[in-house]
Design a protein around this ligand. Structure first.
Ligand SMILES: *Cc1c(COP(=O)(O)O)cnc(C)c1O
Length: 360
């Protein structure tokens, strides 16, 4: 068996112990005589799986009792529409545009109301987080929207925007469970799980109960109405059962790693190895301003496209895969999610040093 070091931005690396456990339980989940893929979502066995997954996530994130946790489908992108349909009462929302995912969410929301782009870092290819301490928040805004960690550009909010009392909504697809979160700072947090938690096909929504309403936009599809999903404990229809099961295993793994505070220390240590090298290298450079660097996604360039391509090719051959940068940034990107072991980053840096030496 040859496992590579997988730096993919998503779907991405999962903990090896989780994959092994899933393999062991593949044919016979806990004496049920069947795989989780084969069982009814209404069975007692699956009920335990989804309830335990929810409880473990609640424990990890210390989710207050007045928040619901929903396991849904449609990926993060489906939420770009669900959020305005469900949360717009006045038909107004403010968006902070820090990258492509925020921009897509903003464009989608425009279909449903008056949507203001109140800040943006598009002027410098999204390489920083704009100052959000005193933004022109619309008096009628139903919520303020951010993408908490910008997967493509490698920036992250170290300080939340001042929403002037408005509800904060956050896409945490690429940094969920990487560090502690104060859930009460948000009205709604959501994440597609395929970056840091599980297989694509599940999106988790953590929503304050008072924001779950019946009087949503009248054309809201039944499936996209949070109330439908909340009233049915995410079992209105068949949920992505197997994906939820894997998420549950990953939640247990994060618990065993010491929870989110320990995860943060681990991630900071890992990211520092790479950032310290980028700061000292003559060849490789990080593309993001230091203050706003992500712990999860690290874009970097050599400044020479041919050399970038040569690096990606040789790295791949050496077992460091999926390092090619996003097409809008170019260069390279190392996504170093929770499940990337520290040796993966250490060995990558060793490889980069060697490459630099050989290509002076
Ligand atoms: C990957 C990603 C998305 C899109 O996720 P899908 O599940 O493919 O819709 C949205 N937001 C962020 C921050 C992401 O990293």
């Amino acid at each position: 068996m040859a496992r590579v070091y997988n730096f993919s931005a998503g779907p991405s690396v999962l903990p090896e112990v989780v994959l092994k456990q899933a393999a062991e339980e593949m044919l016979d989940y806990k004496g049920s005589g069947m795989s989780v893929m084969e069982m009814s979502h209404r069975s007692k066995v699956f009920d335990n799986i989804i309830k335990e997954a929810e409880q473990d996530l609640r424990d990890l994130m210390e989710i207050p009792d007045n928040y619901k946790v929903l396991f849904l489908q449609g990926g993060a992108s489906q939420q770009f529409a669900a959020i305005p349909m469900n949360l717009m009462k006045n038909g107004v929302a403010d968006y902070i545009i820090t990258g492509q995912w925020a921009k897509k969410a903003y464009e989608e929301a425009k279909k449903y109301g008056k949507v203001n782009a109140i800040a943006s870092s598009a002027d410098k290819t999204f390489s920083y987080i704009p100052d959000c301490s005193d933004l022109p928040i619309d008096e009628d805004a139903d919520y303020v929207y951010i993408c908490h960690n910008n997967t493509i550009y490698g920036t992250t909010f170290k300080k939340l925007p001042n929403t002037k009392g408005k509800i904060l909504v956050a896409d945490m697809s690429s940094d969920i469970l990487s560090q502690p979160v104060n859930v009460s700072d948000y009205g709604l947090i959501y994440f597609g799980v395929q970056k840091n938690v599980g297989p694509a096909g599940v999106v988790v929504v953590i929503i304050r109960e008072d924001l779950i309403r019946d009087d949503v936009m009248p054309f809201t599809p039944t499936m996209l109405k949070y109330k439908t999903q909340a009233d049915n404990d995410s079992l209105y229809n068949t949920p992505p059962c197997y994906g939820i099961y894997i998420c549950g295993l990953v939640f247990k793994w994060v618990k065993a790693m010491g929870g989110l505070s320990a995860m943060k220390i681990h991630n900071e240590k890992k990211a520092a190895i790479l950032y310290d090298f980028l700061d000292s290298s003559e060849m490789f450079k990080g593309t993001v301003v230091k203050e706003d660097r992500s712990l999860m996604n690290v874009p970097f360039v050599t400044g020479n496209e041919e050399l970038d391509a040569k690096f990606v090719k040789e790295a791949t051959a050496a077992g460091f895969v999926n390092l090619k940068g996003h097409r809008t940034v170019g260069g390279m990107r190392a996504s170093i999610y929770n499940a990337m072991p520290i040796e993966g980053v250490e060995k990558l840096v060793e490889f980069m040093k060697k490459f630099e030496e050989e290509n002076k």
